[in-house]
Design a protein around this ligand. Structure first.
Ligand code: 5AD
Ligand code: SF4
Length: 436
């Protein structure tokens, strides 16, 4: 067997894609290694969402120069969103690179690899009409893993003015429900108890299958019928696609976990408009109220951006106000950074200090909320899916239904066990508790 080293950057969808690429390449005679020194093929699965993403990949590639000099048959590939965005430029700037493959062309990897092994350079950044997942091998069961990702939808048609996703991942495409259900059943048969459904705009899911159109809610209800599957999550959603049936599912479907990542990006209607978000601060807050009415204990997570072009102090304070009104249990926040090719990158930019100073203020508020949400768990009973051994002897670690990291001392527990835990203490990044 030849050896494959994959380094994954960015979001959960990249983690999922890396697994599927590894499975496809296993058919072409590659087994995974955790050491680049031993690899016959190094594949970087890249992310383009953050600042200087491409520059970071070029400097990572530069680090493989020595390896390649020592072992001329080492092959190096770049996949993911930087591959899509940069295309041929990568090979021009870094001659070490043999393969460039965009996220919609992974099913062509075995053919591309054959060309690369023959000493050619291969580039594929097409958006083919066929569904790549239909052309990838069926999932090989990976034993001993209680949680898994499953991509159900890819791409985005929303074109938020700051975001590269519609360009790198392409238009919104949903996979057929039957395929998703079959993949989920195979995962469960291999020991998976929790599945996180992935999509850049996952709640816009609209599969065509038996009995007509399938929404995400319908898909979740069908997945909930799978015996042995205990927990379902989904990410990431857009506020405008939170349909009534999905909100209802949060109240009705026990296996759907009470956690929702619902980015808002800004609390100022003027900025939301300039971002092309298609919702207002008020409509977002009303939506949260409706979701919480369906599932009162829901833990809400979000994303916001500070220092978007034209953001005034008043606009930023509207974001703080919204965050106060919503009260997030967990959240991410980012400084705006221009992505080439997106509309907002062409606009006048705010000074770096302004962006950073606002980010610091927002993060202070968000971490206060996050701490409070964690501390509120003390004394409560939660269910924990144990995923790994903890740091101390006899300790096991896992996640609660609210996605808090929880550890207990319980030497009899095994990976994949689901148990009731009473929370006794809130630590900086986790909770500790005892078995009930
Ligand atoms: N600058 C800053 N943050 C961004 N995000 C996406 N694009 C940008 C950008 N150009 C953030 C958004 C999104 C999250 C995944 O990353 O908040 O929800
Ligand atoms: Fe990007 Fe999300 Fe907006 Fe789509 S909805 S453009 S993925 S931020």
């Amino acid at each position: 067997m030849k050896k494959l080293y994959i380094k994954t950057y960015g979001c959960q969808m990249n983690v999922y894609d890396s697994e599927r690429m590894a499975e496809a390449l296993a058919r072409a005679g590659y087994e995974e290694t955790s050491s680049p020194e031993q690899a016959d093929m190094i594949l970087l699965n890249t992310c383009h969402i953050r600042e200087k993403a491409a520059e970071k990949i070029y400097s990572e590639l530069g680090r493989y120069k020595g390896l390649k000099a020592a072992r001329p048959d080492l092959r190096i590939g770049v996949a993911g969103c930087v591959a899509q965005a940069e295309g041929e430029e990568i090979m021009d700037r870094q001659p070490l690179v043999d393969l460039v493959v965009g996220p919609q062309a992974y099913h062509r990897l075995p053919d591309l690899m054959a060309r690369v092994e023959a000493g050619e350079k291969a580039l594929d950044t097409d958006f083919p009409a066929e569904d790549k997942f239909d052309h990838l091998p069926a999932r090989a069961p990976r034993a001993q893993r209680p949680t898994a990702f499953l991509t159900v939808q890819e791409g985005c048609d929303k074109f938020c003015a700051f975001c590269v996703v519609p360009y790198t991942r392409g238009a919104e495409v949903s996979r057929p429900p039957e395929r998703i259900l079959a993949e989920a059943r195979a995962l469960v048969a291999s020991g998976v108890r929790e599945i996180t459904l992935l999509g850049q705009n996952v709640n816009a899911y609209h599969g065509e299958g038996q009995g007509g159109d399938w929404s995400l809610a319908r898909l979740i209800r069908a997945l909930a019928e799978i015996e042995g599957l205990d927990r379902i999550r989904y990410t990431t959603s857009h506020p405008n696609d939170m349909s009534d049936d999905l909100i209802a599912a949060h109240g009705e479907c026990e296996k759907l976990m009470p956690y929702l990542h619902l980015p808002v990006q800004s609390g100022s209607d003027r900025i939301l408009k300039r971002m092309n978000r298609g919702h207002t601060a008020e409509s977002y807050i009303r939506l949260i109220e409706r979701i919480r009415a369906a599932r009162p204990d829901l833990l809400l997570s979000g994303d916001s951006i500070t220092g978007f072009p034209e953001e005034t102090e008043e606009d930023f304070e509207a974001t703080l106000d919204l965050v106060r009104a919503v009260n997030y249990g967990q959240a991410y926040s980012f400084k705006y950074s221009p992505r080439p090719g997106t509309p907002a990158a062409e606009r006048d930019q705010l000074p770096e200090e302004v962006k950073s100073e606002r980010l610091a203020r927002l993060q202070a508020l968000l971490s206060k909320q996050q701490r409070a949400a964690q501390e509120a768990m003390v004394g409560r009973e939660v269910s924990v899916l144990f995923e790994r051994e903890g740091r101390e002897p006899g300790q096991m670690a896992g996640k609660s239904e609210y996605l808090h990291a929880v550890h207990v001392v319980a030497p009899d527990l095994a990976k994949g066990d689901l148990a009731r835990v009473r929370i006794t203490e809130s630590l900086p990044n986790s909770l500790s508790g005892e078995l009930v």
